[in-house]
Design a protein around this ligand. Structure first.
Ligand code: NAD
Ligand code: 0WE
Length: 253
């Protein structure tokens, strides 16, 4: 029962974002929502989307900045009147690193991908902890991908960042469990978000899923959202990854 819970969703860029699908699903459950977005360029879109589900708590937050995170969590705690749920749906690697060889990743771009795509979960969890603990507990969900566990050609440094994210999720689950805060991840198959569509060869990845996944089809953002909502609400489930990939991860060939 999520009715009346207070949620922060980080990672909405547009209506195709996985984060937006999760927000819509939470709204349908009677959850009150707040949003963070990156950069002025996204403000109008995110504000309009939020307004469409009756939310006006929309604050900028570049997850690379501790000052941004401090200010955003302050504004959100005030605006919502507390925090129960956190949806982390943020990732970035330099476009040039999602092609060619992983070995060519520079030191700077390696840390950029890990900073935005992995450390940000810990940075947000740290700020969410006191707010959630004050309400008797909470639940955090992040978005990961199989490329953090196995080699997916061209996922490259994002794979290393997702491996870091997955391990961070488990350590956070251990740290926050005593405060009755659960931390889990959804591992989604390829979804045609704007970010994904800009990746060369994305179409052939969805073809491969259709051929090889047990269910012989691709997934969409609303499938991911349904499992995210389940994890946000699932008593005694923490430190785990739920795969929403039509079973693709189970195959060895
Ligand atoms: P998206 O582009 O809609 O979402 C990514 C979000 O990250 C954007 O809202 C962007 O603004 C945000 N972001 C990037 N850098 C940031 C920064 N410095 N500070 C704050 N926010 C920043 O794409 P998406 O596909 O919805 O991705 C959401 C999550 O889902 C990511 O973690 C991604 O790795 C994961 N995921 C996506 C797929 C897929 O195929 N689309 C599959 C599995 C997992
Ligand atoms: O996590 C992702 C992609 C996240 C992402 C997307 C971009 C595109 C724009 C991170 N950084 C950037 N940087 C940009 O400049 N996915 C799980 C989707 C995805 O991306 C791939 C994949 C899959 C699947 C890249 C190569 C191979 C497979």
């Amino acid at each position: 029962m999520l009715e009346g819970k207070l949620a922060l969703v980080a990672g909405v860029a547009n209506r195709r974002s996985i984060a937006w699908a999760v927000a819509e699903a939470l709204h349908a459950q009677g959850v009150k929502l707040a949003f963070t977005y990156q950069g002025e360029r996204l403000e109008k879109t995110v504000r309009e989307l939020a307004a469409s589900i009756g939310s006006d708590i929309v604050v900028p937050c570049d997850v690379r900045s501790d000052a941004d995170l401090d200010r955003a969590f302050g504004e959100i705690a005030g605006g919502l009147g507390g925090l129960d749920l956190l949806v982390h749906s943020v990732a970035f690697a330099a476009a040039g690193d999602l092609e060619g060889r992983f070995i060519d990743t520079t030191r700077e771009n390696f840390w950029l991908a890990v900073d935005i795509s992995a450390y940000s979960l810990t940075a947000m969890a740290k700020r969410a902890e006191p707010l959630m603990a004050a309400r008797g507990g909470g639940s955090i969900v992040t978005m990961t991908y199989l490329g953090g566990e196995r080699v997916v050609p061209r996922y490259n440094v994002m794979g290393v960042a997702k491996a870091t994210l997955d391990a961070s999720m488990r350590y956070l689950a251990a740290d926050l469990g005593p405060s009755n805060i659960r931390v889990n991840a959804v591992s989604a198959g390829p979804v045609r978000t704007l970010a994904a569509r800009s990746i060369p060869g994305f179409g052939s990845m969805t073809d491969i899923v259709e051929q090889r996944a047990p269910l012989k089809r691709n997934i969409d953002a609303s499938d991911v959202a349904q499992t995210a909502v389940y994890l946000l609400d699932a008593p005694n489930v923490t430190g785990t990854i739920a795969y929403v990939d039509a079973g693709y991860h189970a195959m060895g060939m």
